[in-house]
Design a protein around this ligand. Structure first.
Ligand code: NAD
Ligand code: ZN
Length: 241
């Protein structure tokens, strides 16, 4: 019975909360050019274009609530089956669902930082002034480079989070991957670290992933539907067989 399980989640787990993924069906990359929107180079050259998109997309992300998939993972943690959720998401929904140990590989989109003076404020506050101020300005120094504390394309990953994710993967006794296309580093590498250390790999995703062939179990389905079932069986192993 797993007691050191680790989950790795991507944008797919939040799709049923109404936050579109980047890749895959309904993915944002079919609407926006990611190079225009979420690279650090573009942001530094033209913060206004970033915030124009954020003005449209932000309210839905801020209003999103955890779905049964997020709650199933926090239930597994409370039941002592899961020690951590490693996530590529920046939406904060694992924390909202009650998961205590969340490793954010791509930072958080809920806080905004002034690149000139370092002052931080909530994304919700910045979001509110986009209707009359584009790009938004720092309330302390007036600077016009207010950047979400999420990792943009072209920025380094937070080293401590990556190191912790790898440590958890090495010690995992099962690795559950949910809603990630598994095509970018280190998301694609972390499950392999666990598998090499002997942990069985479970991949739950709406579409095939490059790591399916290394998995003990591949489930093609929706996270909000399948995860509660996985959690129920893990927590009540004697029932339902
Ligand atoms: P991705 O967008 O590349 O892939 C998401 C995967 O989830 C796809 O393979 C898709 O088939 C699958 N999927 C879609 N709906 C699903 C569902 N209901 N159940 C199960 N699977 C489903 O996501 P990624 O690999 O996480 O990479 C994109 C990067 O962009 C992330 O690393 C993240 O930093 C950022 N991002 C974050 C959010 C968020 O915070 N919610 C949303 C979009 C993008
Ligand atoms: Zn400032």
């Amino acid at each position: 019975m797993a007691t050191r399980g680790v989950a790795l989640t991507g944008a797919g787990i939040s799709a049923e909360s109404g936050i579109p993924t980047f890749r895959g069906e309904g993915g944002l990359w079919r609407q926006y050019d990611p190079v225009k929107v979420a690279t650090i180079e573009n942001f530094m050259a033209d913060p206004r274009s970033y915030w124009e998109v954020a003005r449209e997309r932000g309210p839905a992300v801020l209003a999103a609530e955890p779905n049964p998939g997020h709650y199933a993972l926090s239930g597994l943690e409370k039941a002592g089956r899961l020690v951590a959720v490693i996530t590529q998401n920046t939406d904060g929904l694992h924390q909202d669902a009650g998961t205590e140990n969340v490793i954010e590989l791509h930072g958080s989109g809920r806080t905004v930082e002034c690149l000139d003076c370092g002052t931080r404020e909530s994304r919700a506050d910045v979001q509110r002034r986009l209707d009359f101020q584009l790009p938004p300005r720092c309330r302390i120094c007036g600077g016009s480079f207010l950047k979400p504390t999420a990792v943009f394309f072209g920025e380094p990953m937070p080293e401590a989070a990556v190191a912790e994710a790898i440590r958890l993967a090495e010690q995992a006794d099962v690795m559950l991957v949910v809603g990630s296309s598994l095509v970018v580093y280190p998301a694609a590498e972390i499950p392999l670290v666990a598998a090499r250390a002997g942990a069985p790999l479970i991949v739950l995703n709406a579409e095939p992933t490059p790591l399916d062939r290394f998995a003990e179990v591949v489930i093609r389905g929706r996270a909000g539907e399948v995860l509660p079932e996985i959690a129920y069986r893990a927590i009540n192993p004697s029932e339902g067989e």
